[in-house]
Design a protein around this ligand. Structure first.
Ligand code: SF4
Ligand code: FES
Length: 452
């Protein structure tokens, strides 16, 4: 056996010590932020209930962990069994403090539950079978679970950081824990489904879509965009301040396949346009994100119901007042809120920088999850607050060819009036408030489930 070189031996020893030292240091850092029950894939392996557990992803065996890693986990990593037990209790107690029953109630659409400690509004919504949207397993990330707290706001815990974009009586259902269990609380999710008029007088129109199928290929204005997957669909969206309506249209036949309507979930940013504009200044993109999430959720649910995939939607047309349309297109809307009430698009049009006040953008840019090659067309606005919804009214009524004087009144949260005939058309708009669509009313309710 060769003789040991003391110098080389010491070098190896130092190297080993350094590696082990690094491991210990890394473990120390990890112990500060990493729960010992998380496996290498960040799934939760705990066999007890923890409030951070979220249901397993479809192809996984373990719960997902939604912890924000703010708990100091060091004692759970100790070799002392006692410390391990203590930590286990600490994590367990986050969920398992025996819930106390109170004398208060929580109500949703007339259905009641008795209050218990350590429950969020989302827990009660589950028990009351209230549909509250989510795509983040209730971790405060998606901002979809906004609810309006109509009574008992003081009975809830203070707003969490995830709710810093909310004001007034709006909370995230997954964050709002009931702390006063003797209070009486009433809540309503945003994005309720109003019953709207879906049938009207059909009008013969020339049918000439940009998207066509040729054999097993789909073309958009002559450019091949996809293989034929079974359907060629388009989507028409009317974005109102209070109500959003979506019409899924078969672009091969021109027939409507399904109509969906839901309350515009941007209500937490104020019930009328001016409030929404100032809200968007203070919290950029929150309103856009909320609406796009709602539209995407409806597309997904329509696909599940009717058996198609979102990639089979190749074109989207959006009509709405100038603010609603431009918020969806992620444009700066501040100009519409102050004199002379012009949108950036209208300014550019008046300066001769664009030929139309209509907008074309890719669905990716807008954030709507359909075919990646799909385009979103925003119907041209007329002027100031008179937007694309009125342009759509005029096109539907063929106002540009009327001999008689005709008056059109589009009653909504923002109401527009157009008067004239083929020679001259005049228009005006005014904020009428959300009451016409059932918003902001003290007595009665709009045509939502539970009205009858
Ligand atoms: S924090 Fe809770 S959910 Fe996350 S891994 Fe640990 S025990 Fe599981
Ligand atoms: S469920 Fe996603 S924020 Fe509440």
């Amino acid at each position: 056996m060769s003789e040991i070189d003391p110098k080389a031996y010491q070098e190896r020893l130092d190297r080993m010590s350094q590696i082990l030292g690094d491991i210990v240091q890394h473990a120390d850092q990890q112990a500060l932020v990493r729960c010992p029950y998380k496996n290498k894939d960040n799934d939760c392996t705990a066999k007890f209930g923890c409030k951070f557990q979220r249901k397993p992803a479809p192809d996984r065996a373990f719960f997902q962990c939604s912890s924000d890693d703010k708990l100091d986990y060091r004692s759970a990593w100790d070799m002392e069994p006692q410390a391990y037990e203590e930590m286990q209790d600490k994590i367990r107690s986050q969920k398992k403090d025996r819930p106390q029953k109170g004398s208060g109630t929580i109500t949703h659409q007339g259905e009641k539950q008795t209050l218990k400690s350590r429950q969020t509004i989302f827990d009660y919504a589950d028990a009351l079978k209230a549909e509250v949207p989510t795509s983040c397993f209730r971790s405060g990330i998606c901002h979809e679970c906004i609810v309006e707290v109509r009574k008992g706001m003081d009975a809830l815990c203070p707003r969490t950081e995830a709710e810093s974009f909310l004001k007034d009586d709006y909370r995230l259902a997954c964050q709002a824990e009931v702390v006063d269990i003797d209070a009486h609380i009433e809540f309503a999710p945003l994005r309720r489904k109003p019953k709207i008029l879906t049938l009207g007088r059909e009008k013969e129109t020339a049918f000439d879509p940009y998207v066509v199928r040729d054999g097993d290929r789909v073309f958009y204005e002559g450019e091949e965009v996809d293989r034929f997957r079974g359907h060629v669909y388009g989507l028409a969206i009317d974005v109102g301040t209070t109500t959003v309506v979506m019409d899924l249209v078969d672009l091969e036949t021109g027939q409507s396949v399904a109509v969906r309507s839901f309350e515009n979930p941007q209500r937490f940013g104020g019930s009328d346009i001016m409030y929404r504009i100032s809200y968007d200044r203070d919290h950029p993109n929150e309103l856009w994100k909320t609406l796009v999430n709602a539209i995407n959720a409806e597309i997904l649910s329509l696909g599940e119901l009717l058996g198609f995939v979102r990639q089979e939607i190749y074109e989207i047309v959006v009509a709405g007042n100038a603010t609603m349309r431009d918020l969806l297109f992620r444009l700066d809307v501040q100009g519409i809120g102050q004199k002379p009430y012009k949108s950036t698009i209208e300014d550019e049009y008046l300066a001769g920088e664009r030929e139309t006040t209509g907008i074309y953008q890719s669905s990716r840019r807008v954030g709507i999850r359909v075919n990646p090659k799909a385009k979103v067309y925003g119907v041209p606005i007329i002027a100031s607050h008179v937007g694309g919804d009125v342009a759509a009214d005029l096109a539907a009524l063929d106002m540009g060819r009327q001999d008689e004087i005709v008056m059109v009144v589009d009653v909504g949260t923002n109401t527009e009036v157009v008067l004239g005939n083929k020679d001259r058309l005049m228009t005006a708009s005014c904020p009428a408030g959300p009451a016409f669509e059932g918003g902001g009313i003290k007595f009665g309710m709009p045509g939502y489930d539970g009205a009858i």
